[in-house]
Design a protein around this ligand. Structure first.
Ligand SMILES: NC(=O)c1ccc[n+]([C@@H]2O[C@H](COP(=O)([O-])OP(=O)(O)OC[C@H]3O[C@@H](n4cnc5c(N)ncnc54)[C@H](OP(=O)(O)O)[C@@H]3O)[C@@H](O)[C@H]2O)c1
Length: 337
């Protein structure tokens, strides 16, 4: 399968390394991958017979000057429109406007190319448009890594609960806040826990999207659109962050409970309720087992009842793995994950 990679930052580079690492496995799965272009914000490296991945990694780090296959100013959009491929992998930064990812994904779908992405931004502003565009063009648009990295969510619900009905979803979907809350439960105050999270690499210096619940709310919107009702908007999510949870931590200790930043989606009588808020969770709730930077989801189905999944999140390689798994899914023509 010919792959075009748009974005060669943390996840993009990790994906390239993973494809190299798993070359034999991919062959045995009958999904050998050939990366025919790699774009970044300044240009594109391209070779229709497949780029040498070692060289791509080397020159992306050292500078593209000595790499003849890199064309400065050859944009990702140009690459999507002009080069032949089966799958466009979109890994540019997630932004409130959805750009540049939104234009990249639209262009790829219009070219009847399958798309795999970890980028939440485009789905927050144009979920319905993108999914409809993929359906009209008979191509796949897969985005497992947008919610909780490699924790199987979309893949699991689609393949294991086809004849069931999802009624309620609760989850811990932001690793940064879960890590900070854990540190506060060990006795640190909010600011000290936040500083520690930054030092340990769990929080970005620009941390407000995480601690104010916005990142988690974006994931709620993608889940709600996917499983409950297309057209769910971030404006309709009730959002409360963790800046003022000090007293709640004390209360949790006294009542043998735990504090968690809980994402919640339910639909009753066609009314969709979405929220992100810190909550006291009792000790028999599986969400209390989701600690540190881990993430977890509790799904309640009409027939299967409660399903709980959780995943340890240790870094960008797992996000890249979720992207790779989506690519393999496309290659294996809709086989289950
Ligand atoms: N990091 C994670 O574990 C994780 C987890 C879940 C989801 N995600 C999502 O995955 C996506 C990628 O994350 P990341 O950590 O890899 O981001 P990153 O390190 O900031 O990399 C972004 C890449 O996009 C490129 N880029 C920016 N604008 C572009 C444009 N107009 N055309 C082509 N390329 C462009 C950048 O180019 P330059 O190299 O030239 O700057 C860079 O290579 C984001 O949407 C993020 O939210 C990440």
């Amino acid at each position: 399968m010919k792959i075009q990679l748009i974005g060669s930052g943390n996840v993009g580079r990790s994906l390239i390394m993973l494809i190299k690492e798993k070359e034999n496995t991919l062959k045995s799965l009958k999904t050998p991958l050939q990366i025919v272009s790699v774009s970044d914000s300044k240009g594109t490296a391209k070779n229709d017979k497949g780029l040498d991945l070692e060289q791509v990694l080397k020159h992306k780090t050292a500078g593209w000057k000595r790499f003849s296959q890199y064309v400065k100013g050859y944009t990702a959009l140009k690459a999507i429109r002009n080069l032949e491929s089966d799958v466009v992998v979109e890994l540019t930064p997630s932004t409130p406007s959805g750009q540049p990812g939104l234009s990249h994904i639209k262009a790829a779908l219009m070219q009847k190319k399958n798309v795999v992405t970890a980028n939440k931004g485009p789905f927050i502003v144009a979920y319905e448009e993108l999914v409809s565009l993929a359906e009209r063009n008979h191509v796949r648009l897969l985005y497992e890594a947008t919610v909780a990295a490699h924790l199987p969510v979309f893949c699991m619900v689609e393949s294991c609960f086809k004849a069931d009905h999802l009624m309620h979803l609760e989850g811990i979907l932001n690793a940064t806040t879960n890590f900070i809350i854990g540190e506060m439960e060990k006795g640190r105050d909010f600011q000290t826990a936040l500083n520690y999270a930054i030092r340990e690499g769990w929080a970005e210096p620009n941390y407000s999207d995480d601690i104010d619940g916005i990142d988690a709310a974006r994931k709620v919107v993608i889940l709600a659109n996917s499983f409950f009702k297309r057209g769910a908007k971030i404006e309709n999510v009730k959002i409360e962050g963790i800046r003022k949870i000090g007293p709640m931590i004390t209360e949790a200790k006294q009542s043998h409970k735990k504090v968690k930043l809980v994402c919640n989606i339910s639909k009753k009588a066609n009314k969709l309720k979405m929220s992100v808020a810190p909550r006291l969770v009792s000790s028999d709730d599986p969400l209390t087992t989701v600690n540190g930077g881990d993430m977890g989801l509790k799904l309640t189905f009409e027939t299967s009842q409660q399903i709980f999944v959780s995943a340890q999140f240790t870094g960008v390689k797992q996000t890249a793995y979720a992207v790779l798994n989506d690519i393999i899914k496309i290659g294996s023509l809709n086989q289950a994950c």
